[in-house]
Design a protein around this ligand. Structure first.
Ligand SMILES: C=C(O[C@H]1C=CC=C(C(=O)O)[C@@H]1O)C(=O)O
Length: 398
């Protein structure tokens, strides 16, 4: 085997790869498989965004022609896909089993997060401005300018992050989701634990698992189950969800000879949230359509932007007050055969030396309540804050 690709599937549990992660590497752990990469062989040069998937495929084909057994491209595409993506072919890829193996722990007991002093907490927009943004969105919805828009906020904190420990805790808490740490260069990392699959491709089989319509979990088990049951019956949330499912199905249909779209969503839960989710499966017409091409064809879905897309994007730009960067973009990998997995970049943070920026958003449709959307974004922020013992920063902010 070429020494640039190590396949440890027969030997390792995901635990081994997650524990081996160090800053500067890239980790992408999913129920299907875990990839840990080191070094950068080549970076995809900036190109016309409409040519991104073709440029990526050309780079992977070149590498294969030079004798690599199965070249892989990893990285992240920002929310605004006209901005530069961070996609590269790693020098060394280690592939291990996925996190969804009942016989295999995702991590041994992860090291506990150490409490630490935090300073300079900045929320953009402020909680009051976020509620005001939701009210403005509801006016646009009432005036039929929009049907749905996803509004988010960012939280910057000055704090030091122990990235290896954080990745072990996130992976242990997110065995059915997508745990990632992408090296963005110059000491910056994009890290997260996303519950949402934008697109996965294995041979002709494609899968997408959009989530939309959510409620925070409760510590009281009875109340927790009641909230989940109410979500499944909520007309507002079912409408918010259907907009996403319809868009994903419409995006995949031209590429697929068969597409299965369940009529009703099911419940998906994380440590902090209940979501409505629908798993969509399709069979591709043509094997040359890569996972990256499919993922870019779907992006941005109404789970992160809104409906209609262009109007929602303009509204987000006019009120949100910060650059989303990679948040609500896509993160994952694609190999030279076109197989790959792309998660929606949510429940995430950008980490640099001693600065941390976290993000969370919520879908607004007719019937949304500003205070509930604010509470939903706080609960979503707790995915990352909880894994860093930083939940207290929300106390004065939500
Ligand atoms: C934009 C986020 O969540 C999306 C994904 C799942 C459920 C969502 C919702 O119910 O609003 C959002 O569409 C986020 O977590 O920051």
């Amino acid at each position: 085997m070429n020494d640039r690709l190590r396949d440890t599937a027969a030997l390792a549990w995901p635990v081994d790869l997650v524990e081996r992660y160090r800053p500067g590497m890239t980790l992408f752990a999913s129920p299907r498989q875990t990839l840990l990469t080191e070094g950068v062989e080549s970076r995809l040069p900036a190109c016309d965004p409409s040519q991104l998937a073709q440029a990526a495929q050309a780079m992977l084909d070149d590498a294969r022609n030079q004798g690599w057994p199965l070249p892989v491209l990893m990285g992240a595409v920002p929310f605004a896909s006209e901005k530069p993506a961070e996609l590269y072919m790693p020098a060394l890829v280690t592939i291990g089993p996925g996190t969804n193996r009942p016989d295999a722990p995702v991590t041994r007991t992860p090291p506990p997060a150490e409490r630490q002093p935090v300073s300079k907490v900045l929320m953009t927009p402020s909680p009051a401005d976020y509620r005001r943004n939701v009210t403005l969105a509801l006016e646009q919805i009432e005036a039929r300018q929009l049907e749905k828009v996803v509004l988010s906020r960012s939280l910057s904190v000055e704090a030091r992050v122990d990235l290896p420990g954080l990745m072990q805790r996130l992976a242990a808490r997110n065995p059915l989701g997508y745990t990632f740490a992408i090296d963005l260069g110059t000491n910056r990392h994009l890290v997260g634990a996303s519950p949402e699959l934008l697109l996965s491709r294995k041979d002709r089989l494609v899968r997408s698992h959009p989530l939309a319509g959510s409620v925070p979990r409760s510590a009281d088990p009875v109340e927790d189950r009641q909230r989940a049951a109410a979500l499944l019956e909520s007309g507002k949330d079912l409408h918010e969800h259907k907009l996403v499912v319809d868009a994903v199905a419409a995006g995949l249909r031209p590429f697929c000879r068969e597409l299965e779209v369940p009529a009703r969503p099911s419940l998906v839960c994380t440590q902090t949230m209940w979501h409505l989710g629908t798993e969509i499966r399709g069979e591709l017409h043509a094997l040359r359509t890569s996972s990256l091409e499919l993922a870019l064809a779907l992006h941005p879905t109404p789970a992160v932007c809104g409906h209609p897309t262009a109007e929602a994007r303009d509204f987000i730009e006019s009120v949100e007050g910060f650059d989303r960067g990679f948040f609500t973009g896509l993160t994952g990998w694609c190999d030279a055969d076109g197989d790959g997995e792309w998660a929606v970049t949510i429940r995430c943070a950008e980490v640099s030396e001693n600065q941390l920026t976290l993000y969370a958003g919520a879908g607004v449709v007719a019937g949304s309540v500003p205070a509930s959307e604010l509470a939903e974004t706080s609960a979503k922020l707790r995915t990352m804050l909880g894994a860093m013992a930083l939940e207290s920063v929300l106390e004065d902010q939500s």
